[in-house]
Design a protein around this ligand. Structure first.
Ligand code: 4AD
Ligand code: MG
Length: 430
C-alpha cells in the first residue's frame, strides 16, 4: 500500500510503500540506510539489509545518490531514536532515477548560493517545513473568514492608480496606457463591502521596494479585509481573533514542522488575548525609554519595531499614527485630527508590523480634499468617490502580510524564506 510519511504512525508493523527521494544515503558492509523524504513531513529512515533484500536489490540500493528518486517498500517499525519515531525495514528498493551529484551538500552554503538554487533548496527539510506552515496559515485565514461570514472576492492586479502611495509602483504598458501592479486590493474591497457587507481578498501584491531589509519583498501575498458599518475598535477586535486562530491552527497542525525548524514553540504559545494596545504617542514614550531617538511625526523604523516588540510577549497594536505619514484614505480621529484612526499590528520577538489597517474616510468632500493634498488625480478616483455618494457608511479594514506572518510562525530571520520563489530588489530568478 502506498503511504505518505506523514501517515506512517498508523501503519506500525505493516508493509507500506513510500514514493520519494533519498535525502541522505549511507552504507556499511551488508547494511544501507536511506533517509527518505516525500514532502509530507520530515524524514523516514529506511534500513536496507542485504539479508532481507538479496544481492540484486542491495547492490542497486548502494548506488542510490542524494536526491535520487526511489520507491521503497518495507515494514514499519516503531523506533524511538528515529526523528519521526519510526523506521522502515526495507523489502524492496526501486531506483526510479539516479540523481547527478547534488549541488546542495551538507556543508554550509551562503544565502546567495541557496537562493540561486531555490528550485532545489525547497526540498531540504526545513524549507519544506516552512512551506507546509505557509499552507496552514493560508487555510487558517480562509477558514476564519468563512466562519465569520465574509465573502471571498478577488480584486484586480492590473490597476490604473495607486493605493498606498506612488513611490513604490511597478508600472507596465497597458495597450498604450499606463497600468500599475496592485499594491493592495483595498480600494476595490471598499466597493465590494458596500455590495456584500463583509469581504476579503487574498492574492499577490507588488511594491517596487528599494529597501533591502529582512521584511521586504517586491512581490508578496496580502489578505485585505473590509467591513461596512465597522469602526477601528471593532476591526481590531476581529484582527485579534484572526491572529489567535492562525497561531492555534499552526500549533495544532504543524507542531512537528515547528520542531523541525527548531522554533521556540513556547514563545508562540504565549500569544494570548488581549493584545497590547498603545497609541503612537505612547509608543514613542516607550521607545525613548528603550533608547530610540525617534521624533514625533516620523514612522516607526525597523529598529524601533524590533526593540518595542521584544519588550512584550504578545502582539502590539500601535494606533493613531500621525495623519501626515499615512495613506490618503485614513479617517482622522475626530478627537485629534492630527492623528488617524489607524492601527498597525506588530508581532512579537522583534518581527514587527504584520498588519496595517484603518477606519476609512466616509465623507465625500473630505476625501476630495485629501486626494488633492496627496496630489492624486481626482479623475482617476471618481469611481472610489462614488462610494461616498451612494450610501456611504463608516467602514474599516486591514491588510495582513502572509510572508511576515509565516516568518513569525516559523521564527525566520528573513521573509524571503517564507515564499516559494522570492522576488527581491536584486532577485528575479529562479
Ligand atoms: O500596511 P500596508 O501597506 O497596508 C495596506 O496596503 C492597506 N491597503 C491594507 C488594508 O487596509 N487593506 O500593508 C499591509 C501589510 C503589512 O502590514 C505587511 O505585513 C505587508 O502587508 N507588507 C509587506 N510584506 C512583505 N514585503 C513588503 N514589501 C510588504 N509591504 C507590506
Ligand atoms: Mg503598513
Amino acid at each position: 500500500m502506498i503511504v505518505r510519511i506523514s501517515d506512517i504512525a498508523g501503519f506500525d508493523g505493516k508493509e507500506v510503500t513510500i514514493q520519494g527521494w533519498a535525502a541522505n544515503v549511507r552504507s556499511s558492509g551488508k547494511i544501507a540506510f536511506l533517509q527518505l523524504r516525500d514532502g509530507s513531513a520530515g524524514l523516514l529512515q529506511a534500513v536496507i539489509s542485504h539479508d532481507a533484500v538479496g544481492d540484486a536489490v542491495f547492490s542497486s540500493a548502494k548506488t542510490v545518490t542524494i536526491e535520487s528518486s526511489v520507491i521503497v517498500t518495507g515494514t514499519v517499525k516503531a523506533e524511538p531514536r528515529s526523528p519521526g519515531g519510526f523506521e522502515l525495514q526495507a523489502t524492496n528498493v526501486e531506483l526510479v532515477q539516479k540523481a547527478e551529484e547534488y549541488p546542495i551538500g551538507k556543508k554550509e552554503h551562503g544565502p546567495e548560493f541557496l537562493h540561486d538554487n531555490r528550485h532545489l533548496w525547497i526540498r531540504t527539510p526545513k524549507q519544506a517545513a516552512i512551506l507546509r506552515v505557509r499552507d496552514t496559515v493560508i487555510w487558517a485565514l480562509r477558514e476564519f473568514f468563512r466562519n465569520e461570514g465574509f465573502v471571498l472576492t478577488d480584486t484586480p492586479i492590473l490597476t490604473p492608480t495607486s493605493c498606498e502611495g506612488t513611490t513604490e509602483l511597478f508600472e507596465t504598458d497597458y495597450f498604450g496606457q499606463k497600468a500599475y501592479l496592485s499594491q493592495s486590493g483595498q480600494l476595490y474591497l471598499e466597493a465590494l463591502a458596500s455590495a456584500l457587507g463583509k469581504v476579503y481578498d487574498f492574492g499577490p501584491t507588488f511594491r517596487a521596494e528599494k529597501s533591502k531589509t529582512r521584511r521586504h519583498l517586491t512581490e508578496f501575498w496580502m489578505l485585505d479585509a473590509e467591513m461596512a458599518y465597522t469602526d477601528l475598535e471593532q476591526s481590531m477586535a476581529l484582527q485579534e481573533k484572526m491572529i489567535m486562530y492562525v497561531v492555534q491552527s499552526v500549533l495544532k497542525e504543524r507542531r512537528a514542522d515547528l520542531e523541525l525548524l527548531e522554533r521556540d514553540i513556547a514563545a508562540l504559545e504565549k500569544v494570548q488575548t488581549p493584545f497590547v494596545r498603545m497609541t503612537y504617542d505612547e509608543a514613542l514614550v516607550k521607545l525613548k525609554e528603550l533608547g530610540s531617538d525617534i521624533k514625533w511625526g516620523t514612522d516607526l523604523g525597523n529598529d524601533d519595531e524590533t526593540i518595542l516588540t521584544k519588550a512584550y510577549d504578545r502582539p502590539i497594536f500601535v494606533t493613531r499614527y500621525p495623519v501626515a505619514i499615512k495613506a490618503f484614505y485614513m479617517k482622522p480621529d475626530p478627537q485629534n485630527p492630527k492623528v488617524a484612526l489607524c492601527a498597525d499590528l506588530l508581532a512579537p520577538e522583534g518581527i514587527g508590523e504584520i498588519i496595517g489597517g484603518s477606519q476609512r474616510i466616509d465623507d465625500y468632500d473630505f476625501l476630495v480634499k485629501r486626494l488633492e493634498e496627496h496630489k492624486l488625480n481626482r479623475k482617476d478616483f471618481e469611481w472610489y468617490l462614488d462610494l461616498r455618494k451612494y450610501g456611504s457608511v463608516p467602514h474599516s479594514g486591514f491588510g495582513i502580510g502572509l510572508e511576515r506572518t509565516v516568518g513569525w510562525m516559523c521564527g525566520l530571520a528573513h521573509v524571503r524564506e517564507a515564499i516559494p520563489f522570492p522576488r527581491l530588489i536584486n532577485r528575479l530568478t529562479p
